[in-house]
Design a protein around this ligand. Structure first.
Ligand SMILES: [Zn+2]
Length: 64
């Protein structure tokens, strides 16, 4: 499974993803790509605790 499918799969399962929980450091680009494919994705401040730096997590929005 490629990284885009991997991320999409997690989002479809209502899992919030961030670069630390996925180990994908260019996650932002993947999210941008998925948004361009008509997926509605919210970003919020991530609280995974895996990094002290502020970063975003992404979650799918089902309400259309
Ligand atoms: Zn995080």
């Amino acid at each position: 499974m490629n990284r885009i499918d991997y991320v999409k799969n997690l989002l479809d399962k209502d899992v919030a993803v961030c670069k630390h929980t996925t180990d994908i450091y260019d996650l932002r680009k993947i999210i941008a790509f998925l948004k361009s494919e008509n997926n509605v994705i919210y970003s919020e401040n991530c609280e995974c605790g895996l990094s002290n730096r502020k970063h975003k997590s992404y979650v799918k929005d089902w309400a259309i």
